[in-house]
Design a protein around this ligand. Structure first.
Ligand SMILES: [Zn+2]
Length: 440
């Protein structure tokens, strides 16, 4: 059914190539797409379509829905379970055992749905995910009405749902094939855990599968200094050079973290067209280091922002992440000009979309694109006065300020409430499961 929605009385942050901000703007949505974006005067003189639903943004800010370029949604089950630990202890003594013991289809499904609820309520309309039992994650995304790039995880040891690691690539193929034509909102993918938990043979096979099926290949890489040192010892090359030698880098590859990346490796990434998911808060919490994002941006690399899993962040609030990203690079480089609010907004929208291969469809408010957008309520003490919307979004707003969320032209959050999910039921299920996790 054809439907028209008109959003009026808004500061429209388009994130188009010119980064136009329209102070009294109107967005016209027809079905699942943006039909027009412009000043109110233009829209009113053209007239609104008969029967259109009018959404008054009340002077709030309208922007593209946020793109979370790196998540592990079922890990909401482990939020706050083990913090303040070195990465190898956190991973090997807490996270891997908890996953082995507690991640089953029903826990993955419930925890992923909690993640979807959290993301939608804080303005994220697309996430790029990788985990085990990923079919449950994809179903949660569909149930919530979010857009997503869910990826079946591949690792060379027994994993939840894939007890025999020799079947890891076959399991990924089954996942991709079962979701490829399922919904325009779901773009399935494959996720190799890392170069140190997957053999060269596994990595090459996984990338070959991604190429055969035309999907994104994702991998954690160059997260820590010790990973870089181990790679030099084992392969004679740092991790990203090693992946390049294996032939894994191209425009359909997403490198997650890329913290310990030197200038030569940045050249390799830029030449390959691969994207990067920057998970600043996760890298800070685990003291992994600071990815050289300003240098990557100078080289034209597509860098998106990711929260990473909830067990090492510990939330999925991308507005908070944007604030952190801007300030982290300023203080780390002793340069307040090195990363602007506009660059951070681009990373959280259009560049994140480019990094995961969806920039043709989402990431900016331009006619013909999918109507994935959010309204931020500015009638709050911490959001006024409003001089520069881009500054307000990055440095003052938080996820709870998101008032309305549309995905593909459909309201998923209205007046700060989820339209398609019952949050009380979603939360109760995970709290119940969490009791078992805590008491073993
Ligand atoms: Zn991760």
């Amino acid at each position: 059914m054809a439907g028209d929605i008109i959003i009026r009385n808004a500061h429209v942050v388009t994130v188009n190539p010119a980064f136009d901000i329209i102070p009294n703007g109107t967005v016209h949505i027809h079905d699942d797409r943006i039909a027009a974006v412009g000043p109110a005067a233009d829209a009113e003189s053209a007239g609104f379509p008969e029967g259109a639903e009018i959404l008054d943004a009340a002077g709030g800010m309208v922007m593209p829905g946020l793109v979370n370029a790196h998540t592990h949604l079922p890990m909401t089950l482990f939020r706050g379970l083990a913090d303040d630990l070195p990465l190898h202890i956190w991973l090997n003594e807490h996270i891997f055992p908890a996953e082995a013991r507690h991640i089953r289809p029903e826990t993955a499904a419930a925890a992923a749905l909690l993640g979807c609820a959290e993301m939608l309520l804080s303005g994220t309309t697309t996430c790029c995910d990788g985990y085990f039992h990923e079919a449950q994650v994809a179903e949660a995304l569909l149930q919530s009405g979010m857009r997503g790039v869910p990826a079946q995880g591949v690792i060379d040891f027994p994993a939840p749902g894939v007890p025999d690691p020799t079947r890891n690539i076959a399991a990924a193929r089954e996942f991709i094939e079962s979701f490829k034509e399922r919904s325009p909102l779901i773009t399935p993918s494959i996720f190799c855990h890392s170069p140190y938990t997957c053999s060269a043979d596994t990595l090459v096979q996984a990338k070959a599968l991604a190429r055969e099926l035309g999907v994104l290949f994702q991998i954690h890489v160059a997260e820590t200094r010790s990973e870089r040192e181990q790679s030099l010892a084992a392969h004679g090359q740092p991790p990203i050079q090693y992946l390049s030698r294996l032939g894994l880098l191209d425009a359909q590859t997403l490198l997650v973290h890329a913290v310990w990346t030197d200038a030569a490796e940045m050249e390799i990434i830029a030449a390959s067209g691969a994207g990067v998911a920057h998970a600043a808060e996760s890298n800070m919490q685990l003291a992994s280091g600071v990815a050289p994002v300003p240098a990557m941006l100078k080289k034209g690399i597509a860098v998106g922002l990711g929260t990473d899993g909830c067990a090492g962040n510990n939330n999925l609030d991308l507005l908070q992440e944007m604030d952190t990203v801007a300030k982290l690079h300023k203080v780390f480089n002793n340069d307040p000009t090195i990363m602007s609010a506009r660059e951070v907004i681009r990373a959280a929208t259009i560049e994140g979309a480019r990094a995961i291969g969806l920039d043709h469809a989402i990431g900016s408010l331009e006619p013909g694109k999918q109507a994935d957008l959010i309204i931020i309520d500015t009638h709050q003490p911490h959001l006024m006065p409003l001089y520069h919307p881009e500054s307000q979004i990055v440095y003052a707003a938080r996820g709870a300020d998101v008032h309305t969320v549309l995905v593909a032209g459909r309201k998923r959050v209205a007046n700060r409430r989820l339209v398609d999910l019952d949050p009380a039921a979603v939360m109760a299920r995970v709290v119940e499961m969490g009791r078992v996790v805590f008491y073993k």
